[in-house]
Design a protein around this ligand. Structure first.
Ligand code: GLN
Length: 494
């Protein structure tokens, strides 16, 4: 592996973005294509092909997503201590490809086995590519947020294409082909990384690179073997959502204890920053729990309760809208929001990160009130307006832009470097809890009885959305009120 470039040379780049960010952008774009393709197919595939009832499908969706994001903590930890970011990414990518092809071979039969590979694979891939973006910048470089904004656009281009192509191919053509396609695209992502990693210089190399080669190999092989050995257990847990509950009860507290132990090795200033990071992480759990209704209950809402006409002119499948319009809006508005922050900062009026998080929740509240309001546009068959539904997605996107890319950037600003992988994993672990709660919330909103009418489903889901709107509003207000305290803990980080 060549190390022609030094870290200094990479970080002293001129212009707005380092060139390496484009390679990471492309790699992550293809990975997210695969991930969001699979995610978009989950509930629809379970309900229409595996004949699982809606309540269980919501729970299983939450469980699978929760495991995916929970493994990012484990992936981050092993990257920090043993593999380094690059090898983690490589291993994660391979597992994701295998997982997609296993499902493609016989979707109904191998769905759960393939899903386990995807869970572990994403764990090794996802946090570590985000951390590498952070490494491209000097600690005080003010261009970092813009870099994460750009990276976030890449995420969403992939999510958009994956959400459209995989779901459409699966729903209207062949599920096998759809899952296989996700695998092929993941392979493109991995190849992109392999051919461009040389430009990363020393970034992402193994933390054990100076250890005796034999020792390093042993640890690496143990990590690879361990990550496969865990799969039968994972298979059991994914199939039985009761076990997911146990897993979720254990993993969060265990990671907190581990983090507290790591914090004892830090100085007071670093510790305060870590506490601030934890506050952001905890609030993000609530954000994702609501936001991630998109892959669960909103996916089913789109399946049964929406017309397929947009703006009175063209026809479009509501599930395609559900899986892709959020991404379209992120791609359009991410640069605009970035420019807005820049303009405000020039006038010294840019809100700090805590306020931005608070705003994220206020938008979230607005979006869920709008999802609730779809019930006022319903016809006698329980079908309602795709336009109002899409408007809600526009509003939720502004919430996401106030919170998600900023959260990624914050993790690399607030944590000391030796804990970057773990902290990024922790950020995504919050998403795991969010996903898990999302499944529970979705199941709670689903009508319990079989053969419920579309109108009953509509009423049930929209009542739930109103509740979520109220909770999001409360969370936003709390964040804005406590912002001065958190801001103080963050020291020189804004
Ligand atoms: N949409 C973003 C991504 O896929 C954020 C996901 C999350 O943190 N829950 O990376």
């Amino acid at each position: 592996m060549s190390q022609d470039l030094t870290l200094e040379q990479i970080q002293n780049f001129e212009g707005k973005y380092p060139k390496q960010i484009w390679y990471l952008f492309l790699t992550e774009m293809w990975e997210r294509f695969c991930f969001y393709g699979l995610r978009g197919m989950l509930t629809v595939f379970m309900v229409t092909q595996l004949m699982i009832d809606e309540k269980s499908a919501n729970l299983k969706y939450g469980a699978i997503q929760a495991f995916i994001y929970a493994f990012t903590f484990i992936g981050g930890l092993f990257a920090d201590k043993i593999l380094g970011f690059r090898k983690s990414l490589f291993w994660g990518g391979i597992l994701m490809i295998i997982g997609s092809f296993i499902i493609a071979a016989s979707p109904k039969e191998f769905f759960y086995i393939g899903t386990c590979f995807t869970i572990v694979g994403t764990g090794f891939f996802k946090p570590n590519i985000s951390t590498m973006v952070g490494e491209l910048y000097h600690p005080g470089d003010t261009r970092r947020d813009a870099g994460f904004g750009l990276f976030y656009s890449g995420i969403n281009i992939g999510a958009l294409l994956g959400g459209i192509v995989c779901v459409a191919v699966g729903k209207f053509y062949s599920w096998s082909l759809a899952f296989g396609f996700a695998g092929i695209v993941m392979a493109i992502g991995l190849l992109t990384f392999i051919f461009t990693q040389k430009s990363l210089g020393p970034i992402g190399l193994s933390p054990m690179k100076d250890a005796a080669p034999g020792r390093r190999k042993t640890f690496e092989i143990a990590t690879f073997v361990g990550s496969i050995a865990v799969m039968p257990l994972l298979l059991l847990m994914v199939q039985n959502t009761r076990y997911t509950d146990y897993f979720m009860y254990i993993i969060g507290p265990a990671t907190l204890v581990y983090l507290l132990y790591e914090m004892t090795t830090l100085n007071a200033e670093e510790r305060k920053k870590m506490v601030a990071a934890l506050v952001f992480i905890i609030f993000s759990i609530f954000f994702w729990a609501f936001f991630e209704q998109s892959g669960g209950s909103l996916s089913l809402f789109a399946l049964y309760n929406l017309h397929d006409t947009m703006l009175g002119v063209f026809h479009i499948d509501p599930n395609v809208v559900n899986n892709s319009f959020n991404s379209v809006f992120v791609i359009i508005f991410s640069p605009i929001v970035g420019l807005l922050w820049l303009a405000l900062s020039k006038r010294k009026k840019e809100p700090n990160s805590v306020i931005k998080f608070g705003l994220g929740f206020l938008f979230l509240a607005g979006a869920f009130y709008t999802f609730f309001a779809t019930r006022f546009f319903a016809d006698a068959d329980g079908k309602t307006s795709l336009n109002v539904f899409t408007l809600a997605y526009l509003i939720i996107t502004f919430g996401e832009l106030c919170l998600s890319p900023i959260g990624l950037s914050l993790m690399t600003k607030l944590a000391p470097k030796k804990l970057w992988g773990v902290m990024m994993g922790m950020w995504f672990l919050a998403s795991a809890y969010g996903q898990y709660v999302a499944g529970l919330l979705g199941a709670g909103m689903a009508v319990a009885k079989e053969n419920a009418s579309a109108t009953e489903k509509l009423m049930s889901y929209t009542s739930g959305y109103k509740q979520l709107g109220i909770y999001a509003l409360i969370a936003g207000i709390i964040l804005i009120v406590i912002s001065p305290i958190i801001r103080k803990m963050m020291g020189n980080v804004k």
